[in-house]
Design a protein around this ligand. Structure first.
Ligand code: SF4
Length: 317
């Protein structure tokens, strides 16, 4: 069997930053540090940080008065910041800067008097954070795929969740553009989502089956599996090698592997090793050199950090 590894894959700059923030907060404030919502959608990363003293909670009300809390990379609504202030919590914000940009766009368009449509998935943490920034209608390709019944000449601004399918979102945006005459569209799907989906499309053209390593709770992992399947190959989303099913590989000679933006590289390597391939091909289709700065009072923290070990798969770090 030949294995083909997609590139880019795995950790994005927003995930590296969020994981670093929790680790630095633990070093500086000691245990426990509360994390509101999973810091990133990967159980291995969450469990590792919890072993170091992080406590993941879903609501601000679960956090003791005066404690330290990190808000997850997905972003949070203003109501969470208000609730945290009432409990005198020390907030450290790990919202990805690309999500914060969407929040700022929402506030700007609302100030300009535009009606806002957010294309996204109801219930996802990022969507909860973005819809909290102002008045907007959510268009979800599963539940609510049609534009709202507003006047055709109404000024409309379109925002998107950062981790959507590039192709599905383009179709939704076309539908909005045909419903209104005055539409402003920002492309909020982030570089990491876009690059990983392009890489998986190219990977799928070379292999008989695609494995996406990551969590079912990760939006960008689920989209990668769908992209591969739409490209015409069977695709499976797995947390790690323990979920491999031998029946997937009957008659298969070429297996492609990718991973989502919150998946540690060590899991990709473990899946690859479990397949016992004759050859491993690295597809250098694109490289990323994007880094996000840490919050101001953490910029003096000394690398290397745990995130770089997860990102590269070098677990000796
Ligand atoms: S997937 Fe994109 S938006 Fe989400 S944390 Fe990574 S870079 Fe930020």
């Amino acid at each position: 069997m030949q294995v083909f590894l997609a590139a880019p894959r795995g950790f994005c700059a927003g995930v590296v930053r969020a994981v670093d923030i929790v680790e630095i907060a633990l070093e500086r404030h000691g245990s426990p540090v509360y994390v509101k919502h999973e810091i990133v959608h990967n159980p291995h990363v969450v469990a590792d940080l919890e072993a170091q003293g992080a406590i993941t909670v879903e609501t601000v009300e679960e956090i003791p008065v005066g404690a330290v809390v990190v808000f997850s990379a997905h972003g949070s609504p203003p109501s969470d910041y208000e609730a945290a202030a009432k409990r005198s919590l020390r907030i450290i914000d790990a919202t990805c800067p690309l999500v914060t940009r969407v929040h700022n766009e929402a506030k700007k368009y609302e100030r300009e008097g535009k009606k806002i449509i957010l294309v996204g998935h109801r219930g996802h943490q990022e969507v909860k954070g973005t819809t909290g920034q102002g008045e907007m209608v959510l268009m979800d390709d599963q539940e609510n795929p049609q534009p709202p019944p507003w006047d055709r000449d109404q000024e409309v601004a379109v925002l998107t969740q950062t981790t959507l399918s590039v192709d599905d979102t383009a179709a939704m945006v076309d539908r909005i553009k045909s419903a209104f005459t005055n539409v402003t569209v920002r492309n909020d799907i982030c570089y990491a989502t876009t690059n990983r989906q392009s890489a998986v499309k190219e990977l799928a053209a070379l292999v008989d089956v695609v494995l996406v390593v990551g969590s079912q709770t990760s939006s960008n992992c689920r989209r990668l599996r769908e992209v591969a399947e739409r490209a015409g190959v069977p695709a499976h989303l797995i947390n790690g090698p323990e979920e491999l099913d031998p029946t997937w590989f009957e008659g298969v000679t070429r297996v492609g592997i990718s991973s989502g933006a919150s998946t540690p590289e060590s899991l990709v390597q473990a899946v690859c090793n479990a397949l016992e391939p004759e050859d491993v091909h690295h597809l250098g289709l694109a490289s990323e050199d994007i880094e996000f700065t840490l919050p101001g009072d953490m910029r003096d923290a000394v690398p290397p950090r745990r995130s770089s070990a997860w990102a590269t798969g070098d677990t000796r770090a």
